[in-house]
Design a protein around this ligand. Sequence first.
Ligand code: ATP
Length: 720
Amino acid sequence: MRLKTLELNGFKSFAQKTVLEFDEAIVAVVGPNGSGKSNVVEAIRYVLGEQSMKSMRGKSGSDLIFKGSKTLPKASKASVAIYFDNSDKIFKLGGSDGENINLNYETIAISREVFSDDLNKYILNGSEVRLKDIHNLLASVNIGSSGHHIISQGEADRILNANITLRREMVEDALGLKIYQYKIKDSARKLERTEENMKEATLLRRENAPHLNFLRKQVEKFEKGKAMQAELLALYREYLYKESVFLEKEKENLKGEKEKIGHELKILAGKISYSGGESQKGNKKIEELRTAEKKINEIQGQRGELERKLGRIEGMIEAKESRFRIGNICPTCGRELRDIKNDGLETAANSEKEVAELKNSQASILAEMTRIGSEEKSLAGAIEKLKEDLNKEAEALRDLEREKFTYRVRHQELTSALELVNIKETNLKARMENFANEIKEGVALVGQDILSYKNQSADALLPQDGGSKASATTQEELKKKIDRIKIKLEDAGLGSGAEIMKEYKETSERDAFLERELDDLAKSLEALKKLIADLKEKIDQEFKEGVKKINVEFQEFFSLMFGGGTGALSIVLPKKKNRREKVEPLESARFDFEEPEEDVPEEEGIEINVSLPHKKVKELHALSGGERSLTSIALLFAMSQVNPPPFLVLDETDAALDEANSRKYGDMLEKLSKHSELIVVTHNRETMSRAGVLYGVTVGSNGASKLLSVKFEEATQIAK
Ligand code: ATP
């Protein structure tokens, strides 16, 4: 890395484009007072991002723009560009910020422009960048922002005048520790942001917590409800299935029963209404019997008549016939007999005729009797038969009556049974209505799923005997359970479950996200804290070591300049208020150090301790201008020696030196130029003699600074 070129355009007294090439180790800028030499130094400060207008002798950015002269117009902007050789690709941009900036260039070109409205622009190889990027970039090549490597006119003893804190910063910068400071600053900013984010996330979580808790409770309630619903669904499915099976079976049973009873009743009704032809037949037979009996009585009467007739006829015949015989046989027999024999005898002729007639009558009577007898016999037979039949019929009727009675009893039984079936049917209907209502209610509470009770596997439900007592108990138990859960569910009020679930999901996800983020933030917070601690430790370590090294060089330059004496830096540690300052003596501090009684510093810093040869003066403020200048130069050179900056700009740092010291100064320049490019603004002949290139700055006829490369002899002339 090497400083190659500086370009000024419209910057202060440089109205036109002016280019300085730094091809030599020591470049001197010479010229009369007021020609614009210091403006060159300020241009370097400016392009490297200087923010203090004071250090550029201006009030605002627009003061840096060429104001115009009698012959030249005012410039619209001031621009300075600086070019570094980057063939070794040493330029870096630390931190995540610079990732998008391309540094893969052979030449790194930084330019800064300021416009009349004070607007500033930083351009890195054609792309606009931030000041921060410029600082970052320069820190990577050991060009610190404290400007310790650019010593403006009259500022040689700046480090001596600075307070201990600023001094420490300058030393840190010179030691190249600024880059770590940037990292710390960057990390601290990130830390702050992280803490803010954490605070914000914590606050958000805290704000969300009550709502989340509320939602969680709702969700728990809802989930409990869901579980209850699931339980209810299972119960419903079982209950409804069993109920449906029972109802169906019961319906079938009742239908069957009703049909059976109806059928039987119909048959019975037929049977009962059957009056029987038997009794009609019986009546007819009784008539017949009566007729036959009447007839037989008549016949018997006739027979009796006939018998009597016959008897009389026979008697008459006998009597007639006996008179004959008696008269013949027994004439002494009684009078009567005699009378009769007489009568007979008297009418013998008549008698015979009469007997014959009588006998005829007898025969016809007998014949009639025979006829009647047979008729009577047949009638008696018929009567007998009729009686028999009637008896039989009566018996049959009795049987029929008995049977009818049985039927009536059965009919009564069946009617009762039918009534019972009807009652059962009414009950079933009510139960079916209940069932339908139960389904409706179930659907409202659990959803359409309960309708799947139809697909329930019968095997899963035991026992399956519908209305049996055991099952009814089970159904009753199921119903009780269902009702209990229903009440609980109604209490839980599951209403907007889906919405609550959605909101809970979103809110809890957000909370989980915040928790994760907090976790990540806490981790990065720790990482940042550790990084900062590590960086501080590193700085502390390197700072201590650096100061030791600087002290070695400082002592050398110091004794070289003063021909003896001691010069050393000491680190002032930070301390609590009202405590006496604690100074950590360094190995190289070869002088007695008195602890100051007052002005106790609160900050960490750097003390400069000097002891001039042959003099008792040790306080910096007691040194002469030349001595202050020599001490500053010695320290500056010591710092530059330990950690050489790419270039050093020294604006009339040698102004206060006498001839002898000018030579020593010249020697030191040469020593330093081995590691750093030197740009020196000088009126000192000795210094000029050490430069490889001399630029002469003069004020041209147009009133603007003019730059020309000059030879040593010319330079000594110009400088005058
Ligand atoms: P010395 O040797 O006395 O230190 P120098 O060569 O360092 O002088 P500078 O201080 O660089 O001189 O230049 C100062 C000159 O620059 C002044 O004359 C001043 O008028 C001029 N100048 C400063 N700002 C502007 C500007 N914006 N426009 C034009 N000229 C300016």
